[in-house]
Design a protein around this ligand. Structure first.
Ligand SMILES: [Zn+2]
Length: 278
């Protein structure tokens, strides 16, 4: 089993120092959209999908003015998962499953590039994205991104089985991919754990934004702290889940590798992005 780490949306929000904790207030920062492409016997499994080709072509309609102003993404088709996978020799139909941390605009945009894939998401997240109850949710969830009618597989949280401090829902059996409910950023946000041999890759999505938030002791650059508070639907739950992620790193030590969706340093630590000649 091989796992490719892809950056499927490079963003440059204002005020680098407030976002990354260093550099200038007047330069722009860099955030990435960490997507996993897992090679399996039956094809590819993606974790998250970044932004897609249609987002690049119709950014205002598909991504919304709020997201574009706050994140200032590079709009380049070469960054989309479908183009990066094509460079590795894959077709869109090779992607069999997409497991999503949540349905925010920068995580769900690639869905429409893989219409044949089964899309796994927690039931609560699917319900929140379809209902778009609050102003925040009407802006962050973009129905055009799923207007093609994905093959949804909604997962209920039954309770019982645990993954360290988290409840666990098995999304895919082979390889084992778990959805770990971790609401707060959105109602049905999940952390996704992927078995890699006897270890686990833990994609925390937007449960945190900066690697220092899961360090001991934790800290966060002020701009990112404010942004996360403003975007969260349940701030207490969000903070509690960050605490559980810190505990997971402490308790499971060498068995887990935890990273979030948008931290460039965590992404770079996995090495250079895949190249077709590697
Ligand atoms: Zn995000």
């Amino acid at each position: 089993m091989k796992v490719h780490h892809l950056d499927c949306c490079r963003m440059h929000p204002p005020a680098q120092r407030l976002v990354s904790g260093r550099g200038s207030l007047f330069e722009r920062g860099t955030m990435i959209a960490h997507v996993l492409a897992i090679e399996t016997r039956e094809g590819l499994v993606l974790v998250d999908s970044g932004i897609g080709i249609h987002d690049v072509r119709e950014p205002v309609k598909r991504l919304g003015k709020g997201f574009l102003a706050a994140s200032q993404p590079e709009l380049d088709e070469a960054h989309t998962a479908i183009r990066q996978l094509a460079a590795l020799g894959y077709k869109a139909s090779d992607v069999r499953h997409i497991v999503l941390t949540h349905l925010d605009v920068d995580h769900a945009g690639g869905l429409s590039d893989f219409p044949e894939a089964t899309v796994h998401v927690l039931e609560g997240e699917h319900a929140a994205a379809m209902a778009r109850t609050t102003r925040n949710e009407a802006e962050r969830y973009r129905p055009m991104q799923w207007a093609h009618g994905p093959k949804w597989q909604r997962h209920a949280v039954a309770g019982g089985e645990r993954f360290f401090g988290f409840e666990r829902v098995r999304a895919i059996v082979e390889p084992e991919v778990l959805l770990l409910p971790a609401g707060g950023h959105t109602r049905g946000h999940a952390v996704v754990a992927v078995a890699e041999g006897d270890r686990w890759l833990v994609h925390a999505g937007d449960a945190y934004f900066h690697h220092d938030e899961v360090a001991d002791p934790p800290s966060c650059p002020p701009g990112l702290a404010l942004f996360q508070r403003l975007m969260s639907v349940d701030n207490a739950a969000r903070i509690a889940n960050q605490t559980r992620l810190r505990e997971l790193r402490r308790e499971a030590g060498g068995l887990v590798r935890v990273f979030c969706a948008h931290d460039e340093e965590e992404f770079s630590a996995f090495g250079p992005p895949p190249s077709p000649h590697a």
